[in-house]
Write a protein that binds this ligand. Sequence first.
Ligand code: HEC
Ligand code: HEC
Length: 287
Amino acid sequence: MALKNHSGILFKVSIIVALFHIPLFSQDVVQYFKTNCASCHTIGGGRLTGPDLKNVTQRQSREWLVKWILDPEGILNSGDPYALKLQKESRGAIMRRTPGINQDLANALLNLIDEESKKEKSQFAGTRLSDRPLLPGDIEEGRKLFTGQKALINGGPSCIGCHHVNSFNGILGGGRLGPNLTRAYARLQGRKGLSAWLIAPPGLTMSPVFKEHPLDEKEILPLVAFLKNETEKDAPQSSALMINFILFGLGGVVVLLVLFDLIWSRRFKGVRQALLKESKQIFYSKR
Ligand code: HEC
Ligand code: HEC
């Protein structure tokens, strides 16, 4: 009797533990989605770098989606037509395997996406950023944050340590570990895509650093404004560069042709005269 009671209590305790565990577990999944997926995907908020995931389980089989989340590049490399179509729609962007992913987590993420798809407004429907317009002062503020003239609030390393932009040519010269960011605003499809990227940078190098020291919301819009300005300034400059290059190229070619002509015509003359002489000798000697 006493034993029965005890097991009853144990049973109840385990149910309570289980009940507490379910939300805890799904909280982990929510957190995982936030840090590893939300920078490229909304659920019902339109495309960022990757497609909007609302109702994705109605577009593809769960089996395919689990495989995709576990090894996106493998599926792309296998020539899977659905994946190639997605990649084309994403202008060539690539999804990589996220750190720590496994089959259970992939399924839990798809459950989460299903749940959130049913909601009128998912917590992942948009970025957490304000939609105030970008102001002229933002560009300067962003430049200071980028170059480290102004320290990042949460102690992250400044961008210039790893990134260059073309307007720094000949002055500051940024680091080369990360890509040149002159066209990042265009590449990440504008304000929405770039902001989402910066809220939780998904790259292998940046994500561990900025998970510990995330950019503050107040810092993101100025950085976006600065990088937008870099992209905009770059377009005419680079076409001017291109023209210079072509003109220099043409000039160089003309100079080279003249040089070659001088050198070769002499050589040819030399050779031809010798040949002529020789053939005349043969001709005359045969006669
Ligand atoms: C760096 C950006 C990026 C990150 C981070 C990312 N994805 Fe993707 N995802 C993409 C892109 C881009 C595509 C479209 C295929 C392509 O171009 O590779 C895609 C496609 C998908 C698809 C198929 C969508 C459809 O319409 O069929 C699913 C599902 C998906 N991602 C889930 C996830 C999950 C879950 C995570 C987090 C574990 C994640 N993605 C992280 C960029 C990303
Ligand atoms: C420790 C070096 C490092 C620092 C510091 C750093 N980045 Fe990066 N960043 C990288 C690397 C490397 C990549 C390429 C993706 C990856 O591996 O993370 C990258 C990628 C990016 C991209 C995506 C570019 C693209 O075209 O896909 C953006 C945008 C970006 N960084 C912005 C920033 C900003 C803004 C800062 C400052 C707040 C910053 N980064 C600080 C190393 C760094």
